[in-house]
Design a protein around this ligand. Structure first.
Ligand code: ADP
Ligand code: MG
Length: 227
C-alpha cells in the first residue's frame, strides 16, 4: 500500500524550564505508510512521548506540520483537530485506561458510538475485534476481572475500534512481563496488518522493536534510521 498514514514535517518543540530551554524536537521528519509498523526508540527523556502527543494532535508543535491520511492538521481549529483525533487516530498507552464500570465489549463499543455509529453496528465490530484479539469469551468481563495482557488486548481493540488511519502506542507493553508483552504484541501486529493501519510504537524493548518493519531513533531532536 502506498497511501501515507502519518507524516511529520519539520516538527519543532522546545520546553522552557525557568532560564533553561530544552529543545526536545528540532525538525523531526517521518513518513509512515498505511500498513507499516514503525518502532520509535531513544533513551528516556529523548522526547518519544512528546513526539507521540504531537502526532496525536494532543499537543501543538512550535513549528512544523502533522498530516494524518494526507490531511494537514497544523492549521486546523480545535473542533477539526478533535474530529480527526476521534475518527482517524487511535491511542494505546502503557496503562490500559479502560473504563472500570464497563465491560470489555462496552469499552470497545463506546468510542464507536461517540463517532456516530449505531449501537448495533458498534457491537458487531466489537465482537469481531474481541475475536481477533482472542477474547471472545471475555467480552462481558469488566477490566478488573481480566489479566494484564487481556486488559492491554482490549485497549488495543478499543484503539482501532473506529478503524483509524494511524495507531499511536506509547510503551504499550511496558507494564507486562516479557512473555506476555510478546504475546500481546503478536495480536497487535496481526490486527493492524489485517486492517492496514499505520502504527508508531514508542518502546524501550529492543527485541520488540526488532520485530517491527522499521525502527526510527530520536537523537538530538531528530528522527534517524535506527539499527
Ligand atoms: P520520553 O518519552 O522519550 O521519555 P518525553 O517526551 O516524555 O521523553 O520528554 C522529553 C523531555 O522533555 C524530558 O526532558 C521532559 O522532562 C521534557 N518535558 C516533557 N514534557 C514537558 C513539559 N510539558 N514541560 C517541560 N518539560 C517537558
Ligand atoms: Mg515517554
Amino acid at each position: 500500500m502506498s497511501e501515507v498514514a502519518l507524516e511529520l514535517v519539520d516538527v519543532h518543540r522546545t520546553f522552557r524550564q525557568g532560564e533553561r530551554e530544552l529543545k526536545v524536537l528540532r525538525g523531526a521528519e517521518l513518513v509512515v505508510p498505511a500498513g507499516e509498523i514503525v518502532a520509535l526508540v531513544g533513551p528516556s527523556g529523548a522526547g518519544k512521548s512528546t513526539l507521540l502527543q504531537i502526532a496525536g494532535l494532543l499537543e501543538q508543535p512550535d513549528a512544523g506540520d502533522v498530516r494524518i491520511a494526507g490531511e494537514s492538521c497544523g492549521a486546523m481549529n480545535d473542533d477539526a483537530r478533535t474530529a480527526v483525533r476521534r475518527d482517524r487516530l487511535g491511542f494505546v498507552y502503557q496503562y490500559h485506561h479502560l473504563l472500570p464500570e464497563f465491560s470489555a465489549e462496552e469499552n470497545i463499543v463506546l468510542p464507536q458510538m461517540i463517532s456516530g455509529k449505531s449501537r448495533r453496528d458498534a457491537r458487531v465490530r466489537a465482537g469481531e475485534l474481541l475475536k481477533t484479539m482472542g477474547l471472545s469469551e471475555r467480552g462481558d468481563h469488566r477490566p478488573a476481572r481480566l489479566s494484564g495482557g487481556e486488559q492491554q488486548r482490549v485497549a488495543i481493540a478499543r484503539g482501532v475500534a473506529n478503524l483509524p488511519a494511524v495507531l499511536l502506542a506509547d510503551e504499550p507493553t511496558g507494564n507486562l512481563d516479557p512473555q506476555t508483552a510478546d504475546h500481546v504484541f503478536n495480536y497487535l501486529v496481526d490486527l493492524v496488518r489485517a486492517e492496514g493501519i499505520g502504527v508508531l510504537v514508542a518502546t524501550h524493548n529492543l527485541a520488540l522493536a526488532a520485530r517491527m518493519d522499521r525502527t526510527v531513533e530520536l537523537k538530538d531532536g531528530l528522527l534517524v534510521p535506527g539499527a
